[in-house]
Design a protein around this ligand. Structure first.
Ligand SMILES: Nc1ncnc2c1ncn2[C@@H]1O[C@H](COP(=O)(O)OP(=O)(O)O)[C@@H](O)[C@H]1O
Ligand SMILES: [Mg+2]
Length: 443
C-alpha cells in the first residue's frame, strides 16, 4: 500500500504535469496512514506544470489540511475566487489573520458563492460580541482592526493568537498539527482514524510562555478559553473542591468550542511521594473521570495543561485519552528573544540606538517573562527621565544597559534539574526534547 504511494510519487515526478497521476496520488494520500510523507512528495512537484486550476487547488487543499501552509500557497497562485479562498485558508493556518481576511474579502467580492464555512466562522468571531451568531459582513472594515490585548469577557471567543507569542515556531507548528487542525476538522481526522481526543500537557521552565501559548491556542481554534487554576479550586471543606472542578468542566462543555486550561496541574497530579495526603484523591478521581468523559464523547472541548515540574506528575495522568501528548516549551532562543523584544517594544517610544539584535544576543537563558521584565524596567527609567525633563524621553540603549546589568537569566536552574531527569529518569523518552535542546545549546 505504501509502496504504491512511493511508486505513484515517482510517477508524478516523472510525468510532471499529468493530472491523472496527480489525482491518483491524492486519492491514495487520502487512505494513507502517513500523510506527512505525501506532503513531502507533493513539495517536490512543480505547481506551474499543472494546467488545471482545479487540480492545483486540490493539492493546496490537501496541504492546508496537513499544516503545510507555505507549500499550499505555491499551489494556490492566481487571483481567481477559488484560489483566493485557499490562500485565505493557508495564510490563516500560517497565523496571518489580516492577510487571510484580505484574500477572503477579495474572493467574496468577485464571487459570493465561494463562501467557506470555516472562514466565515473565523471572521464572524471578530465581532461575536453579545452572542450574535451573525456572519461578519466582510465588506465592513472591523476585520482588520487590531485585537484588543485585554482579557475578553467570559463567553467571548479568545482573541490572543500565535501572532502574540514571540518565537516558539516549533512549538506553534506542533500545536497546529497536533491540536488546532484536529480540533478544527474532527471529521477529517476521523477518516484517517486519527484521534483528536485526549489532553495536551505543556511543560518547561517558568515564564517561557506556556500560559500564553494555551490562551493563543484557544485563539487559533477560535474557541473560548476557560482557565482553571488548581490552587484556587482547592478548598478546605470536604467536597467543595470537587464541586468547583466539576463546575469548571460543565462551563467548558456549555460554552463549546472551548479550550479548558489547567495551570499548575502538578498541584493536582502530584505523584504520591510529593503529595501531602490522600485527601486529594477524590479530587483526582473527579478530575480523571471528567477528563475521560471529555475524550470519550465531547467534541469541541480541548483540555490543555501546564506544569513547570513535569517530573512531579503522576504517570497515571499520561495514559492514553488523558494527557497523552506532551509538548516541551523551551526557553526562547536568540531569534525568539528578538521576536519577544519586538512584541514588547511595539508601540513604545524608542530611540534609534536601541539595538534589538544586541539585546537578544546578550540575554541567553532569559525567559520570555525575564525579557518582559527587562523592558518594563527600562520603561520605568524612561518614564523617570521624561518626568525629570518634562518631555517624552524615549527608551534608549543606555536604559537597557543599566537594566541588563541588574538582571539574571531565570531558566538555568530549571534546565539543570531537567538535565538530570533527562539523563537518569527519562520516562519513556519524555525528556528527549529537553535533551536535544540542551545538546543544541550546550556552551
Ligand atoms: N514567547 C513569548 N512571547 C511574548 N511574551 C512572552 C513569551 N513568553 C513569555 N512572555 C511574557 O512572559 C509572561 C509570562 O509568560 P507565561 O505564559 O505566563 O509563562 P509560563 O506559563 O510558561 O510560566 C507573559 O505574560 C508574557 O508577557
Ligand atoms: Mg503559567
Amino acid at each position: 500500500m505504501d509502496n504504491d504511494i512511493g511508486e505513484l510519487a515517482q510517477a508524478a515526478r516523472d510525468a510532471s504535469g499529468s493530472e491523472a497521476v496527480l489525482k491518483a496520488l491524492l486519492r491514495a494520500a487520502r487512505e494513507t496512514a502517513d500523510p506527512a510523507q505525501i506532503v513531502g512528495f507533493l513539495s517536490e512537484l512543480a505547481p506551474a506544470a499543472y494546467k488545471s486550476e482545479d487540480a492545483r487547488l486540490r493539492v493546496a487543499d490537501f496541504l492546508i489540511e496537513f499544516g503545510a501552509a507555505a507549500d499550499a500557497l505555491d499551489w494556490a497562485a492566481g487571483d481567481t475566487p477559488k484560489a483566493l479562498v485557499l490562500r485565505a485558508r493557508a495564510t490563516l493556518v500560517d497565523g496571518d489573520r489580516a492577510a487571510a481576511a484580505r484574500h477572503y474579502r477579495a474572493a467574496l467580492a468577485s464571487d459570493a458563492s465561494v463562501r467557506d464555512a470555516a472562514l466565515d466562522a473565523e471572521f464572524a468571531v471578530a465581532q461575536a460580541h453579545g452572542g450574535g451568531a451573525e456572519i461578519f459582513d466582510l465588506g465592513g472594515r472591523r476585520i482588520e482592526t487590531p485585537r484588543p490585548a485585554a482579557t475578553p469577557a467570559p463567553g467571548d471567543r479568545e482573541r490572543v493568537t500565535f501572532a502574540d507569542v514571540g518565537g516558539h515556531e516549533d512549538v506553534k507548528a506542533q500545536i497546529r498539527r497536533r491540536i488546532v487542525h484536529p480540533f478544527a476538522r474532527p471529521a477529517l481526522f476521523q477518516r484517517f482514524r486519527k484521534k483528536a481526543g485526549g489532553g495536551v500537557l505543556m511543560f518547561g521552565p517558568p515564564g517561557c510562555g506556556k500560559t500564553l501559548l494555551a490562551r493563543a491556542t484557544a485563539g487559533e481554534c477560535a474557541a473560548r478559553f476557560v482557565p482553571i487554576h488548581i490552587p484556587e479550586i482547592l478548598d478546605m471543606y470536604i467536597g467543595q473542591s470537587e464541586k468547583r472542578l466539576a463546575a469548571a468542566f460543565e462551563q467548558a462543555r456549555r460554552s463549546r468550542p472551548t479550550v479548558l486550561f489547567i495551570d499548575e496541574i502538578e498541584a493536582l497530579a502530584a505523584r504520591r511521594k510529593y503529595s501531602s495526603e490522600n485527601a486529594q484523591s477524590t479530587l483526582v478521581s473527579t478530575f480523571l473521570s471528567e477528563m475521560d468523559g471529555i475524550s470519550a464523547s465531547n467534541e469541541g472541548v480541548l483540555v490543555l495543561a501546564a506544569t513547570n515540574v513535569p517530573w512531579a506528575i503522576d504517570p497515571a495522568f499520561r495514559r492514553p485519552g488523558r494527557f497523552d501528548r506532551v509538548v516541551f516549551v523551551p526557553p526562547p532562543d536568540e531569534a525568539a528573544r528578538r521576536a519577544i523584544l519586538r512584541l514588547h517594544l511595539a508601540d513604545r517610544p524608542r530611540a534609534g540606538d536601541v539595538d534589538i539584535e544586541a539585546i537578544a544576543a546578550r540575554t541567553s537563558g532569559f525567559s520570555g517573562a525575564d525579557i518582559a521584565g527587562l523592558v518594563d524596567a527600562a520603561v520605568e527609567l524612561a518614564i523617570e527621565d521624561s518626568m525629570r525633563d518634562d518631555t517624552i524621553a524615549p527608551l534608549t540603549a543606555a536604559h537597557f544597559r543599566s537594566t541588563l546589568t541588574a538582571m539574571r537569566p531565570s531558566t538555568l536552574e530549571w534546565l539543570s534539574s531537567a538535565r538530570n531527569y533527562a539523563k537518569y529518569a527519562n520516562q519513556g523518552g519524555l525528556y528527549d526534547e529537553v535533551a536535544a535542546f540542551l545538546d543544541k545549546h550546550a556552551r
